[in-house]
Design a binder for this molecule. Structure first.
Ligand code: PLP
Length: 401
């Protein structure tokens, strides 16, 4: 950068003046990252156990991802979806072969991947003669911020300031197999669910609800859509979370970790669901561009590896055990390296996370009473032990505050 650096006060002043007030940012400016570590503008080091909300899953600036993006950016950045580019086609092949075996639509974010899934579901239903197709989700699911995905996000869809939502969405209580079965019927286009709710606080769906969803969709001729935007690309210790469940969806959506830090999403289908959309039904100027596709191929080169996925499961178990041994931790939910830490009554999770940031550990608070940990899949045992020790110390001081 040629301009003189802004000091933190100037940064805050400009942010306050020019950015829309949609985020409450923590008071720290990050300037560099490598693996599990990031550094702020003062040179202070942090262990990143949030990874930009499960985005930098192969660690910050993974050399293979950096090299793939750098090389591609120097050769060809963009031509649009009106032409062929090799990284996009190779990535679609890799995603399809490593999951549902159908077709892929690329997007630039998670919410857009879900928009594609919603279009597939509605068109699939119209083809079956359903005039007013419905999509069923679980309460507290999070599917994104654009209007289709937002309408499928029950909690946010209630906000009167954003009304009206899209019609044709309904929700049932979380993990309630009977309620789900009862909600799925003649006009159901799809059941759209997170196999493990992430933004709600890390709550895995039980097997009964998963099986009920699959069975109800089969009986109604509806599509089962898994939103794997947070759970996918190795986060739970398998490439996709559905692999550790008794069911297989017809459509899955991915984003976040897929680009290793660059914005890319994907809607991946079964062979049958892949035939639904035709030319003109959907599109995106940027999506699947050569740079992000090259980066995603590099990410899958690292993550789609049996040894790494086993390590995610093992390190997840190590982290879980270390957390469960701490005074003030009531329960640890989740799978692999996607963990929600339920705190004892009376502990202020937001204050605890702020204290941890001070101590050099980045986590977040998806709901009151829960810390969410999403470390890189490449985290090592020493870093896990260091994080657990920092949480132990912060918990101890929260009792004496
Ligand atoms: N779906 C799930 C399960 C998510 O966790 C998120 C983001 O947190 C989204 C969808 C939306 O993704 P994006 O913010 O990339 O639009």
């Amino acid at each position: 950068m040629s301009e003189t650096r802004l000091d933190f006060e100037q940064l805050q002043e400009l942010e306050e003046r020019y950015l829309m007030r949609t985020y409450k940012r923590a008071p720290v400016e990050f300037v560099r990252g490598e693996g599990t570590l990031v550094w702020d503008a003062e040179g202070k080091e942090y262990l990143d156990f949030l990874t930009g909300i499960s985005v930098c899953s192969v660690g910050h600036c993974h050399p293979a991802v950096v090299e793939a993006a750098r090389e591609q950016a120097g050769r060809l950045m963009h031509v649009s979806n009106l032409f062929y580019t090799e990284p996009m086609v190779r990535l679609a092949e890799r995603l399809s072969e490593a999951s549902l075996g159908g077709r892929v639509f690329f997007s630039n974010s998670g919410t857009e991947a879900n928009e594609c899934a919603i279009k597939i579901a509605r068109k699939h239903a119209h083809k079956r003669g359903i005039g007013k197709p419905e999509i069923v989700s679980f309460a507290r699911d999070f599917h994104g911020r654009t209007y289709g995905a937002l309408s499928a996000t029950p909690k946010l869809a209630e906000d009167p300031a954003m009304a009206p939502m899209l019609p044709g969405f309904r929700s049932v209580p979380f993990d309630d197999a009977a309620a789900l079965r009862a909600a799925v019927g003649e006009s159901t286009a799809a059941v759209l669910i997170e196999p493990i709710q992430g933004e709600a606080g890390v709550y895995p769906l039980g097997e009964e609800a998963l099986l009920a969803a699959r069975q109800a969709c089969d009986e109604a001729g509806a599509l089962l859509i898994f939103d794997e935007i947070q759970t996918g690309v190795g986060r739970t210790g398998s490439l996709w979370a559905y692999e550790q469940t008794p069911v297989r969806p017809d459509v899955l959506t991915s984003a976040k970790a897929l680009g290793g830090g660059l914005p890319i999403g994907a809607c991946v289908t079964s062979p049958e669901a892949g035939e639904v959309l035709e030319p003109g039904d959907h599109g995106s100027t940027f999506a699947g561009g050569p740079v992000v596709a090259a980066a995603a191929l590099a990410v899958l080169g690292v993550v789609d590896d049996a040894a790494l996925l086993r390590q995610v499961r093992d390190h997840g178990a190590t982290l879980r055990e270390a957390l469960l041994a701490l005074d003030g931790v009531e329960e640890v939910r989740g799978r692999g390296l996607m963990l929600g830490v339920g705190l004892a009554e009376g502990i202020d999770a937001a204050a605890l996370a702020a204290d941890l940031l001070e101590r050099g550990l980045i986590v977040n608070v998806p709901e009151s009473g829960t810390l969410r940990l999403l470390p890189p899949l490449t985290v090592d045992v020493a870093q896990i032990e260091r994080a657990a020790a920092l949480i132990a110390a912060a918990l101890l001081s929260s009792y004496t505050r």
